[in-house]
Ligand binder design. Structure first.
Ligand SMILES: Cc1cc2nc3c(=O)[nH]c(=O)nc-3n(C[C@H](O)[C@H](O)[C@H](O)COP(=O)(O)O)c2cc1C
Length: 362
């Protein structure tokens, strides 16, 4: 398997005019992880992305990524390295860059729940990005921003979820390729999760789940209609959240700026935030973070799939398959017991912090 993937990388490197990059999961063994990284580099990979979890760290066993291994890979190769795993907040982005010495960070789930997770680092980049956008999209984004000028703009990584949702839907509209409605729905579910976790506006969760089921279509006009429905529902949510704010249900003053000196103690459910899965017991170094029973964990997983809709359940299955392909080069990896790294308590701290805000039955 290893030889096969290296031959592929090498073949693509030689035959294509664009640079080839490679992403891989770590092995249990550091030595093997480093050998594999060096082999990928020799095969021609121009950037390496290291997902600091082994192939067995999936689903309920996902746990923490190993930044020490990522750091070791960074030292072992000359090509730029991107780190992947354990990125829940902007603070994690900074800490991971500092600790591992990598050139960049890749985030998947954290970024889906809070698309502004890189914002404080990337303000200049965001401005550059905006400057080259088609004028219609730029106008849309500017209009959305104006609507939100009253909100807590300096709240670092925590943006109003409806602002992010409107921005996301504008981008979706502007793309030539039609984003699958199931993917749009799944992303909105993730962004809106703080609201539903707070047990409010659950009728909107039902409304959202109904949209993509009815309107999956390749027809551009029908697809645009469906995107319009997502936008309409976002408007309803925005109105509801504004009303909640007027009714004093959203304690905006409690939200402190997320930077080196201030920790965020409570984030109103109107704002994007990380979603924290219970860690496997082995990832807590004995400290019990999750008191969920196996049955509760099963329920949690089911709830996740239901929330994300049937289509997302399929994509989760596909993703897991894809992950299997991605890490098939790790074919010989054996089951691991992950341990908490000294420099990664943020994830646990954040988890504890959020536990204080939300009930533990998440
Ligand atoms: C919706 C979704 C799509 C993904 N697609 C890919 C993909 O196309 N290729 C890939 O190598 N990994 C993919 N992954 C895995 C992520 O890149 C990443 O390795 C994994 O989610 C761990 O990072 P995280 O802790 O930031 O989520 C995907 C993950 C998610 C959640």
């Amino acid at each position: 398997m290893i030889a096969y993937s290296l031959i592929e990388v090498n073949h693509l490197h030689r035959e294509l005019s664009v640079p080839i990059t490679a992403k891989f999961r770590v092995y249990d063994s550091l030595e093997k992880t480093l050998d594999y990284a060096r082999m990928l580099e020799r095969a021609g990979a121009q950037i390496l992305t290291v997902h600091g979890r082994t192939r067995d760290q999936k689903g309920q066993l996902t746990g923490l990524a190993d930044w020490d291994k990522i750091r070791a890979v960074k030292s072992a190769v000359k090509v730029p390295v991107l780190a992947n795993g354990n990125i829940l907040t902007y603070k994690d982005v900074k800490r991971c860059l500092e600790y591992t010495g990598v050139e960049g960070i890749m985030s998947a789930e954290g970024n889906l729940y809070n698309p502004a997770v890189f914002e404080p680092l990337n303000r200049d980049m965001a401005n550059q990005y905006r400057a080259q956008l088609p004028v219609e999209l730029l106008d849309m984004l500017n209009t959305i921003d104006v609507r939100y000028t009253d909100h807590q703009h300096n709240r670092a990584a925590y943006y109003p979820i409806t602002q992010l949702s409107f921005q996301y839907l504008s981008i979706v509209r502007s793309l030539k390729t039609q984003t699958a409605l199931s993917a749009v729905k799944a992303h909105l579910f993730k962004m809106w999760k703080p609201v539903f976790n707070a047990n409010v506006h659950l009728d909107l969760r039902d409304d959202l789940s109904r949209i993509s089921g009815v309107l999956a279509s390749d027809d551009r006009e029908k697809w645009k209609e469906a995107v319009g429905k997502f936008e309409d529902l976002t408007k309803v949510l925005a109105e509801r959240l504004q009303q909640d704010y007027r009714d004093g249900k959203l304690d905006m003053d409690s939200m402190t700026v997320l930077d080196e000196d201030h920790d965020t103690s409570r984030i109103p459910y109107s704002h994007a935030q990380s979603y924290l899965r219970p860690l496997p017991a082995s990832d807590t170094n004995g400290a019990v973070i999750s008191t969920l029973s196996k049955r509760d964990l099963g329920e949690l997983q089911k709830e996740d799939l239901a929330l994300d809709g049937g289509a997302d359940a399929t994509s989760a299955a596909k993703r897991s398959k894809m992950d299997g392909e991605e890490i098939s080069t790790n074919g010989n990896a054996t089951t691991t017991t992950a341990t908490t790294k000294v420099l990664q308590p943020t994830v646990l701290q954040v988890q504890q912090r959020f536990t204080a805000v939300y009930p533990t039955d998440l």
